[in-house]
Design a protein around this ligand. Structure first.
Ligand code: A3P
Length: 296
């Protein structure tokens, strides 16, 4: 019943300057004190920018050949723990990360750059950031908030779009998130900044560049195998990557692997919403050199 879902949806509150729910702040002390190791790889994103996609690519790059049982029995969200998450009936992200048996450890975060535990920077860890254009990111996040019971109720699309523009979505403003990591990259050379749109345009090229950032020479043949496995249709069918094993999501409302496209925003934004969004966007992004594509 929808009434059950409503009562379980969490309140938003202001936490260190950003909107959060308790699911991502309950373990804060352990998150901030997390001890990163130099070979850890941090996958950082704003929610719905392609986190799972790049997590799975990294997992296949490092463990695709060596651990077949890992590929067939452990869901991606356990292989690449979500550091700040405290989700019911699951070990905390910190516990999962600390118990990872493999090297390198692949760790996911949605924290804005200023809240990333400092040991990642001190250990000079590699950081892979994925950014997605604001319009598609907003659409994807809207559908995610509808189907995920640990996320706040998004209301209708018009209401949600305003929430997104106001920066009152979980993990704070998209604008500050993408710009924050973009600025960090100017001084921290171990940060690889990727775009969802580039990955859709050429997964092959993006995987090759990622491997080069990681200092790996991955043979063409192996890269081809990875690319085949991380195709949208294949990931959507794969129980270990499509989140069908996650109890907090209701796929009858919207699947996790929803569309995987660039430009789906055109099916959601009205002309008026688009004009208003563009105007606000220009203002928000006026001090940044960061450029996005909203179609390819
Ligand atoms: P849509 O809702 O637009 O379909 P995250 O992993 O950060 O939560 O991001 C989820 C978004 O990435 C969803 O977007 C999902 O469909 C898309 N996605 C995941 N794997 C993908 C793939 N292999 N190819 C294209 N898009 C993918």
């Amino acid at each position: 019943f929808s009434s059950m879902k409503l009562t379980s949806q969490p309140e938003l509150f202001e936490f260190k300057g950003i909107s959060m729910t308790h699911f991502f702040t309950d373990d804060w002390e352990n998150v901030q004190n997390f001890q990163a190791r130099p070979d850890d790889i941090l996958v950082a994103t704003y929610p719905k920018a392609g986190t799972t996609w790049v997590s799975y690519i990294l997992d296949l790059i490092y463990f695709g050949n060596t651990a077949p049982e890992r590929q067939s029995s452990i869901p991606i969200y356990l292989r690449v723990p979500f550091l700040e998450a405290v989700i019911p009936e699951t070990p905390t992200g910190v516990e999962l990360a600390n118990n990872l048996p493999t090297t390198p450890r692949l760790i996911k975060t949605h924290l804005p750059v200023q809240l990333v535990p400092k040991s990642f920077w001190e250990q000079n860890c590699r950081v892979v950031y994925v950014a997605r254009n604001a319009k598609d990111n907003a659409v994807s996040y809207f559908h995610f908030d509808r189907m995920n019971e640990v996320q706040p109720d998004p209301g209708d699309w018009n209401n949600y779009l305003q929430t997104f523009m106001d920066g009152k979505t979980v993990f704070g403003p998209w604008y500050d998130h993408v710009c924050g990591y973009w600025e960090k990259k100017q001084t921290y050379s171990n940060l690889h900044y990727m775009f969802f749109e580039d990955m859709v345009e050429s997964t092959d090229r993006e995987v090759e560049q990622l491997c080069s950032f990681l200092g790996l020479s991955t043979p063409t043949e192996e890269r081809q195998r990875i690319i085949k496995n991380v195709h949208f249709d294949v990931m959507k069918q794969n129980k270990m990557t499509n989140y069908s094993t996650a109890s907090v999501m209701d796929f009858t409302i919207s699947p996790f692997m929803r569309k995987g496209k660039v430009g789906d925003w055109k099916n959601h934004f009205t002309v008026a919403q688009n004009e208003q969004f563009d105007k606000h966007y220009k203002q928000k992004m006026k001090n940044s050199t960061l450029k996005f594509r909203t179609e390819i």
